[in-house]
Design a protein around this ligand. Structure first.
Ligand code: NOJ
Length: 567
């Protein structure tokens, strides 16, 4: 006999599938809104912006880490997974924020960072204070050095942020000692996921936030947890290229065993009603992404293919078709993303001389930053025009769309930041090779001319990364009043998306123009995207929204339109 109290009514609030076609807005908390004038965004700042988020029309927010951290890597160096950085607030502030978001119908996704802790985490401090071979060291990857006195690192592997991936410690007795492995900054020692204690502790963390109202998790470097530290690499060039290996045999990335972790996590997610969701950040070969997105695993995985593509009809079409086919085969829904806290904003990438793709050297955003991020090289108008076209196309695709704070304002990357103002470890560890990711993390401009403070309404007393004067042109309060603004465009697109969204399918329509993509979603929702520069004639129907003005039945170049077909 079932107990009535156990029966949870199926309402929109309890819809276990809410994530499948959600629009998720990424908040980088330190740079969103500062409530106490210390120059750092905080949780109360987010709570104060809930009405803004509600009006924007998103379904969920994903918060980048807000945990205690020395910010050696923007908070991805976590001191304590079950607490809030005092500079960002308290656990009570989290509860208040989650309640306000939920009351506005917005789900909450938190970031979980399982590959590494920070070097200030109590476990790492214990490891440093404990002897070689102790259980405290066994939570991390400690090895003896090579050479006569162990003075050489255990191998020649390098870290993602540049420099060696090993750091030598001083033993408790003051002598030079063992080395520990860090895939990222030296302040981010890697955990050993062969240790059951590590598994147990993360399950505790998942329950902690799930009990506190988190609806889902974004899993940082989900493909790196399991490692074969004794493996030989044929070529050091391969070290950071998970995507080159499709067989699960890379020593560091995308090993088949990693999925044992996520099947454990899935059991925890499914203890909740609705089940907690998760999305993997896994830069793996597209063929292996589905393993992370399986319903027995995390359920969803970021698909960075469009983010890496140029603004090009053929590339887009191929990527969309491939990912939808994969989603249909696995049962996961696809994900789409153009911008996040790790890449050059897409309104800027698309305004650079080449095609707008990012990733690796020899590509637009990276090249431009290396050359000093000179704003005169960016055709900001064209960049925004293409970014709006690409975004409107993305918002019409089946699956979930991930948006990054500030893109709804059409914000450009800040290319020029003085060396002394930079914060990203990639800059410091890799001078001259990587400039870093600070340019997309500059605090948002809310007010073009605030009565108080010098940070465009971000807070009352400056901002932790300097905002350029041109941020005033993008301020939220300016766009608020302008029906032609990028903000108004995002609001309308997100509202329409809710109205129009149905089954997760899409039918390609023939187009005689190679630069044009045309597809239809169930219910007669037509989407035409023109990647070329010449205007194209549109099919008959009611124009619902367009990223540029449709005139005389023609869609201008570099623009997308949604049309309701006439029956
Ligand atoms: C991926 C995160 O998105 C990035 O910001 C961070 O630096 C690395 N993982 C390391 O945690």
């Amino acid at each position: 006999m079932s107990n009535r109290a156990d029966i949870v009514p199926v309402t929109a609030e309890h819809d276990a599938e809410w994530w499948r076609q959600a629009a998720v807005y990424q908040i980088y908390p330190r740079s969103f809104s500062d409530s106490n004038g210390d120059g750092l965004g905080d949780l109360k700042g987010i709570t104060s912006k809930v009405p803004y988020l509600k009006e924007l029309g998103i379904d969920a927010v994903w918060l980048s880490p807000f945990y205690p951290s020395a910010l050696a890597d923007g908070g991805y160096d976590v001191d304590d997974y079950r607490n809030v950085d005092p500079r960002l607030g308290t656990l009570e502030d989290f509860d208040e924020m989650a309640a306000a978001l939920h009351a506005a119908g917005i789900k909450v996704i938190v970031d979980i960072v399982p590959n590494h802790t920070s070097n200030r985490h109590v476990w790492f401090q214990e490891a440093l204070a404990s002897p070689k071979g102790s259980p405290a060291r066994a939570r991390y990857i400690f090895r003896d050095g090579l050479g006569e006195n162990g003075e050489l690192p255990p191998n020649d592997w390098t870290s993602i942020f540049g420099g060696p991936a090993w750091e030598r410690i001083t033993e408790p007795d003051g002598t030079p000692g063992q080395w520990y492995f860090h895939l990222f900054a030296k302040e981010q020692p890697d955990l050993d996921w062969d240790n059951p204690e590590v598994h147990e502790d993360f399950i505790k963390t998942l329950r902690f936030w799930s009990d506190r109202g988190a609806d889902g998790f974004r899993v940082d470097v989900a493909h790196a947890l399991k490692k074969d530290m004794d493996a030989e690499l044929p070529n050091l060039e391969h070290l950071h290229r998970a995507d080159l290996f499709r067989n699960g045999e890379h020593p560091l990335w995308d090993r088949d065993e990693v999925h044992t972790v996520y099947s454990e996590w899935r059991k925890v997610f499914n203890e909740y009603n609705p089940p907690r969701t998760a999305v993997a950040e896994a830069w793996v070969h597209a063929d292996r992404r589905a393993r992370y997105a399986s319903p027995e695993g995390l359920g969803q995985a970021f698909n960075f293919d469009l983010l890496q593509a140029d603004f090009d009809a053929e590339q887009f079409r191929e990527i969309i078709a491939k990912n939808l086919a994969e989603a249909a085969a696995t049962g996961a829904s696809s994900t789409w993303v153009f911008s996040n806290h790790d890449v050059v904003r897409h309104a800027t990438r698309y305004g650079l001389p080449k095609g707008g793709g990012r990733r690796g050297h020899g590509q637009d955003g990276v090249d431009w930053l290396l050359e000093g991020g000179d704003p005169s090289q960016v055709d900001a108008e064209r960049g925004l025009r293409r970014a709006k076209a690409a975004t409107l196309l993305m918002l019409a695709l089946p699956g979930s769309a991930y948006l990054y704070q500030g893109e709804e304002l059409g914000l450009q990357e800040v290319g020029q930041i003085a060396d002394e103002d930079r914060q990203d470890p990639t800059f410091f560890r890799n001078r001259g090779v990587e400039v870093g990711r600070d340019g997309c993390r500059v605090p948002l401009p809310w007010d073009a001319a605030p009565a108080e403070g010098s940070s465009f309404g971000f807070g009352s007393n400056g901002s932790h990364l300097p905002q350029p004067a041109w941020f005033a042109d993008y301020a939220e309060n300016v766009q608020e009043k302008d029906p032609g603004s990028t903000l108004a465009f995002y609001r309308r697109a997100l509202a329409l998306r809710h109205e129009l969204q149905g089954a997760e399918s899409l039918g390609w329509q023939d187009s005689s123009d190679d630069d044009v993509l045309h597809f239809v979603r169930p219910g007669g929702w037509h989407v035409v995207a023109n990647f070329g520069t010449a205007p194209v004639v549109l099919p008959e129907g009611e124009v619902l929204i367009a990223s540029a003005e449709v005139d005389g039945g023609k869609l201008p170049g570099e623009a997308t339109v949604w049309i309701r077909a006439q029956h």
